[in-house]
Design a protein around this ligand. Structure first.
Ligand SMILES: *Cc1c(COP(=O)(O)O)cnc(C)c1O
Length: 355
């Protein structure tokens, strides 16, 4: 018998969420963002679920882009950070992988590298996030140099918003559009939050990520369920021990939780080495035997504790850490993080099954 922990991944839910994002995107095409092994869900598993409907994919690693090509995906595949070396660039071009170009160094590398095939590119503009990209005033020069190089095929223009989930995109969108619209090139600006909140910012290519995995990009404004999204990952385990505590007794490392009455405490086979956030405090919601309860005390490496006092549960009871019946966004909020981080942190040692 192995430890009773696993992650169930539902590819049909991923497909449902992708089709919903496409539907919301209207005339725009949707690049499914599958970076970080599809936010921890498995790149090929997710891509396969949308093989016949996906307009394209976006990710970071050339090796992952090539694995999609190797698996027969013919859609555009965009490297969101572009290439890092001459041979990456040659491979990307040879496999028709589209690359972001965000800095002078990449532009020069392109000018200096022999290519047998033209490279499709998205010129990335920094409109206020101050992470990657040329300032919008450089766009015309960059386009002139790309065209003069004779090495590029299709050209698009992109940017990324800092506050699409919060205070808004107006200033960034205005800077972007002032530079990009006159070029007449295909534009791509919207992540999940902008796709949901700002239809006027859809342009030609939207880039949904978190919503495809059933996470809300703005859980404080709208839950995933309200948006119509389905959870793709269910992180599940079981109760493997039960303790009876008297008032005054404590639970776990550093004894951060002390019972103020007699309690039943369940020990769950899941800890931070499985990807559960160590910072989740006492009170983080958890589903045990189908009933909502709370975690207690410190999360340890392989186990965590939960309150069974007022629920019907015992050794062997099923536990949902997040997923079906327990929104990852709620767990993330309680732990002071975002569902993105929970999904990406799922540990290698957790067995994954498809359902
Ligand atoms: C990750 C990423 C996205 C997707 O963002 P979500 O918030 O997950 O929808 C879109 N564009 C870029 C450039 C990204 O890095």
């Amino acid at each position: 018998m192995s430890r009773p922990i696993l992650a169930r991944i539902d590819p049909q839910a991923f497909r449902h969420n992708y089709l919903l994002s496409k539907n919301l995107a209207g005339k725009a095409q949707a690049l499914a963002v599958v970076k970080a092994n599809a936010y921890g869900h498995g790149l090929l598993r997710c891509a396969e679920a949308v093989r016949d409907v996906a307009d394209g994919f976006a990710l970071l690693e050339l090796a992952e882009a090539m694995s999609l090509r190797g698996a027969g995906f013919t859609q555009p595949i965009v490297l969101l950070e572009g290439f890092f070396a001459h041979d990456d660039l040659q491979l990307a071009a040879a496999h028709s992988i589209t690359s972001a170009i965000h800095c002078e160094e990449q532009l020069r590398m392109l000018e200096l590298t022999e290519l047998e095939h033209p490279l499709d590119v998205f010129v990335k503009l920094n409109t206020g996030m101050n992470r990657l990209g040329f300032v919008p005033e450089q766009l015309a020069t960059v386009l002139n140099r790309l065209r003069a190089s004779g090495k590029v095929g299709q050209i698009g223009v992109m940017t990324h918003f800092a506050c699409a989930d919060g205070t808004g995109i107006d200033a960034q969108l205005a800077r972007f559009e002032a530079a990009a619209l006159p070029t007449g090139l295909a534009c791509s600006v919207a992540n999940s939050a902008a796709l949901l909140r700002y239809p006027h910012a859809h342009h030609q290519w939207v880039r949904p990520g978190i919503m495809l995995y059933g996470g809300s990009p703005m859980p404080d404004l709208q839950s995933a369920e309200q948006i119509g999204l389905r959870p793709v990952m269910t992180f599940a385990s079981r109760v493997i021990g039960v303790q009876s505590l008297q008032a005054g007794e404590a639970v776990g490392y550093s004894a951060t939780f002390t019972a103020d009455r007699s309690m039943r405490v369940g020990t769950v086979a899941c800890g931070y080495a499985d990807g559960y956030p160590r910072h989740a405090p006492t009170g983080t919601p958890i589903l045990v035997n189908g009933q909502r309860t709370r975690t207690l005390g410190r999360v340890s490496m392989d186990m965590l504790a939960c309150d069974l006092t007022d629920i019907d549960a015992d050794v062997g009871s099923s536990v949902t850490l997040w997923g079906e019946g327990m929104p990852a966004d709620e767990v993330a909020t309680a732990a002071g993080t975002v569902s993105y981080e929970l999904f990406c942190a799922l540990a290698q040692r957790v067995p994954v099954v498809e359902c």
